[in-house]
Design a protein. Structure first.
Lengths: 239, 182
């Protein structure tokens, strides 16, 4: 049922909708007052927004028109962040992107976006700019061009989506396996086996911490890569 | 959930095959979020940022303006002070020069005056003496002839003769004087 099956409304879908509500509500409330001297909530919202705006948008894309892409980067980061963090919240325990469909959609949106930006900026010449590196001797080009095509246009969206999906699924699986392992060991008659569950619990907590870190990190990595792809499309002629 | 994982694994379902409904929900959710962010969240934050930057830069500009005004005023005062000092120096110098000039003028005037007075006195003395000599000469002549006439008993009223007598007498007198002086 979790993968591939198309039957009805699932917990994952509910969480996705909930994440939109959480993010929108938080930032609307934080931004609503717009005071020059911010309150606590506004300050938190501004810090979060400024992190994506300046830390990713301005630093990576830069120039004078990076602001055009800040809404996309901002939405991507917090949408993925909240959906990942679900996996670290007890009872919810489901990072939305451990289901591959969501990851495909996000990477697909980014893929279409940066190609569209590249074409809009450079015209159809963009594909030549993106696949034929300048300053490479002519006799190497037959090797380099296919590699560039594969790495930029075929592999890039796949790695972009699978990186997010795989880390979320793996983390989810590890925590779940540890959970069911503990459950299994505790129910054993043998006292030694019962005691061993403590070790598993210790390992599970460590893995849980690591997973929480990876959840935040993957949201950042996904957004950072998006910014890098957009920057590459914008300045294809200088790469 | 464990049941699901196990069942999925046993059924051989591929985790890389997506659920289209889930994809649709993610896409729709993200689209809604994008809309809210583009339409409200980013403009509101940017407006706040712009206003804040405006407020801070406005404050800085105001402070800079006040600073510039203060230093301009200070410069002006310094300039005025320098001017006043120069003016005072100039006036003092002028007064000194004027005083010296007045003193010199007075001295010159006094010298001229004294010279004039001296010359006048000299002239007066000279003319008095001249007058005295002339009047003495006639008076002595008259007296002498009258006296001589009385003594001689003859009138020396004859002018030509009396003049001759007087002249001779005077010449003798002068000769006598000259002899006494020797």
């Amino acid at each position: 049922m979790p993968w591939g099956a198309a039957d009805g409304f699932s917990k994952q879908m509910l969480l996705v909708i909930l994440s939109v509500v959480i993010i929108a509500a938080f930032f609307l409330m934080a931004a609503r007052k717009g005071q020059l001297v911010p309150g606590r909530l506004q300050f938190a919202g501004e810090a979060a927004y400024g992190f994506v705006r300046n830390g990713i948008g301005k630093d990576i894309i830069g120039g004078k028109d990076f602001m055009k892409y800040v809404p996309l980067l901002f939405s991507l980061f917090f949408f993925i962040l909240v959906n990942n963090i679900y996996g670290a919240i007890p009872l919810i325990q489901l990072p939305t992107f451990s289901h591959v469909g969501g990851a495909y959609v996000m990477a697909g949106i980014v893929y279409v976006t940066w190609i569209a930006i590249g074409i809009k900026k450079n015209g159809l010449k963009y594909f030549k700019l993106a696949t034929v590196p300048s300053g490479v001797p002519g006799y190497i080009l037959p090797i380099v061009i296919p590699i560039e095509i594969i790495s930029n246009f075929l592999v890039r969206p796949v790695t972009h989506s699978l990186r997010l999906f795989a880390t979320m699924l793996a983390g989810h699986l590890i925590v779940m396996i540890a959970g069911s392992g503990i459950e299994y060991l505790v129910t054993q008659e043998n006292l030694l086996l019962k005691g061993a569950s403590v070790l598993v619990l210790g390992g599970a907590i460590a893995m849980y911490m690591l997973e929480a870190l990876i959840m935040v990190l993957q949201a950042y990595v996904f957004t950072l890569l998006t910014a890098i792809y957009i920057e590459g499309a914008l300045h294809a002629d200088s790469h | 959930m464990n049941q699901l994982i196990i069942s999925a694994a046993t059924e051989g379902a591929n985790p890389l095959v997506p659920n289209p409904w889930e994809m649709l929900v993610v896409f729709a959710g993200f689209a809604v979020l994008m809309f809210i962010v583009v339409k409200y969240v980013v403009p509101m934050f940017e407006k706040t940022f712009a206003e804040r930057a405006e407020a801070i830069e406005g404050g800085i500009a105001k402070a800079e303006k006040a600073q510039a005004e203060a230093s301009a005023a200070l410069e002006e005062y310094k300039q005025q002070l320098t001017d006043a000092r120069a003016e005072a120096n100039r006036i003092r110098e002028e007064a000194r020069a004027e005083g010296a000039q007045i003193l010199a003028d007075l001295k010159e005037k006094a010298a001229v005056e004294s010279a004039r007075i001296t010359a006048q006195a000299h002239a007066a003395i000279q003319s008095e003496r001249q007058a005295a000599v002339v009047s003495l000469r006639t008076e002595v002549g008259t007296l002498a002839t009258t006296l001589a006439g009385r003594i001689v008993g003859e009138s020396l009223e004859d002018d030509a003769r009396s003049a001759r007598v007087v002249d001779r007498f005077l010449a003798d007198l002068e000769n006598q004087n000259a002899g006494a002086a020797k």
